[in-house]
Design a protein around this ligand. Structure first.
Ligand SMILES: Nc1ncnc2c1ncn2[C@@H]1O[C@H](COP(=O)(O)OP(=O)(O)OP(=O)(O)O)[C@@H](O)[C@H]1O
Ligand SMILES: [Mg+2]
Length: 446
């Protein structure tokens, strides 16, 4: 500051003193004094005194700042404690609870009076959790913190509350510290409920799937009664022929043997059809196996023949050269195909079209997956109709449950695939499902 400074000139300053205020080497402010009566007012002895004053002022300023910081921090902590979002307690190593917020008291049903009477951790800890306390104290002494963990406390009424607790010590000896406690009861009840309802949902789905299978089989049984009759009639006829060859004089053993062989073949045919129905009826847990979809389609055909004949429907198959194996439950996939076929036949029965064609096809794509489709020449539908097909309980049939395709979707998606419907030229519907080809990651059994 020079004599020519306008401030010095205007205020007629005679002496000016400026002393930096430092605390432990860092500046915290400036002490500025002025005198407009006498020059050289700040003599060395006054200067020494002022410097001493300045250093005390600096220390006081710093202290005031620290106190303000501390108060601010304390009020922030207080806000956290009083917000009662989680339980917070201040504990002492001897087990006393020095302070606790309302959230903690509500969780454990204790009162402030109980705290004042000297409520301690030990009284609240069930015998089977006592070793936990010792472990926590050693962790706190060693590291200063106790990592969050689940444990149980006795409530005031003797019942137990499951909590998540974490803690930090205030000093190296862990003689006092803070702990935060979260009530796990509600969360665990909610989790249990979620698991239970998921289980109930799965049970219901399994029940529905089974009901749908029985219904499909019921429908199939009437279709195939005719198919089963055929081999049975054949067996009786062949057995009769066999008797006659044996009763002839001389008995024709060779011809009788051939007749018996036919009985055996017809018997196998009938048993085969019955096996397929039984497999569909069975309520067993799905298994993962490697399934060849071409094989599956072919083995499904005998189940449709009589109905197709009865309703004058041409059944065609259009199979890919060789389909990659897929990892799934064979019976479940057969159920999917049967549901699609039953729907296609239903659709053609109401359409009134003269020519009824049902095509079951497989196609392989460059992603190594297989698409299986069932196409019909039923009615032409508006595009938005196809998404509705797969909604549970959507049915346009008088006696339809509307769960057939919902179950199909569930099964297919379970195996990482997808199912959809689309129009099929010149009219009709094609319902298709895609499944990924088997890889060692698909986890199919043999
Ligand atoms: N190939 C198809 N052509 C025309 N509409 C179809 C076809 N497949 C399905 N749908 C429509 O989708 C609806 C739902 O089919 P879904 O198989 O889920 O139930 P549903 O056949 O009505 O009854 P169910 O539960 O007994 O199978 C059917 O009611 C029908 O309206
Ligand atoms: Mg159906």
């Amino acid at each position: 500051m020079s004599r020519d400074d306008p401030y010095v000139r205007d205020n007629r300053l005679r002496s000016v003193l400026c002393v930096p205020l430092t605390n432990q080497g860092s500046g915290v402010g400036l002490l500025y004094l002025e005198n407009n009566l006498a020059p050289g007012a700040f003599t060395p002895s006054r200067l020494a005194l002022l410097k001493l004053l300045a250093s005390q002022a600096a220390a006081s300023l710093e202290k005031a700042r620290l106190i303000r910081d501390l108060e601010e921090r304390q009020s922030r902590i207080r806000r956290l404690v009083d917000a009662n979002i989680i339980g917070i307690v201040i504990w002492a190593r001897d087990g006393r609870l020095l302070d606790a917020n309302d959230a903690f008291l509500q969780m454990t049903q204790y009162t402030r009076e109980d705290l004042e009477r000297g409520l301690a951790w030990h009284d609240m800890t069930p015998p089977d959790w006592q070793t936990h306390v010792t472990g926590s104290l050693s962790e706190l002494t060693a590291t200063g913190v106790m990592q969050p963990r689940a444990k149980e406390y006795f409530r005031r009424d003797g019942s137990r509350v499951r909590v998540l607790i974490g803690a930090a010590a205030f000093d190296a000896q862990a003689s006092e510290g803070v702990a935060y406690i979260l009530d796990l009861t509600e969360r665990e009840i909610a989790e249990r409920k979620a698991v239970e309802s998921e289980q109930r949902f799965r049970d219901l789905q399994a029940e529905l799937a089974h009901a749908n299978r029985i219904e499909t089989v019921g429908q199939l049984s009437s279709w195939i009664a005719h198919d089963i009759r055929q081999p049975l009639v054949g067996m009786v006829a062949s057995a009769n022929a066999g008797f006659q060859w044996l009763s002839a004089t001389p008995p024709n053993v060779g011809a009788a043997q051939r007749s018996l062989q036919r009985v055996e073949e017809e018997g196998h045919r009938a048993a085969d059809i019955l096996d397929k129905i039984r497999a569909l009826m069975k309520k067993s847990a799905p298994v993962r196996e490697r399934v060849d979809l071409n094989d599956l389609v072919l083995s499904t055909l005998p189940l449709l023949h009589s109905e197709a004949r009865h309703k004058t429907i041409n059944v065609q198959v259009d199979l890919a050269q060789a389909t990659p194996l897929v990892s799934a439950d064979r019976v479940q996939l057969q159920q999917v195909i049967m549901n699609m076929v039953v729907n296609a036949i239903d659709a053609m029965s109401v359409s009134g079209e003269k020519e009824k064609n049902l095509t079951i096809a497989t196609q392989v794509d460059d992603k190594g997956g297989v698409t299986t489709s069932v196409s019909d020449t039923g009615p032409l539908l508006p595009a938005e109709e196809y998404d509705r097909f797969f909604k549970a309980f959507y049915s346009t049939k008088q006696h339809g449950l509307g769960i057939g395709l919902a179950i199909c979707r569930n099964i297919v998606e379970n195996y990482g695939g997808r199912i959809w419907g689309e129009p099929c030229a010149p009219h009709g519907t094609s319902v298709r499902f895609w499944l990924p080809g088997f890889t060692s990651a698909s986890g199919a059994g043999e």
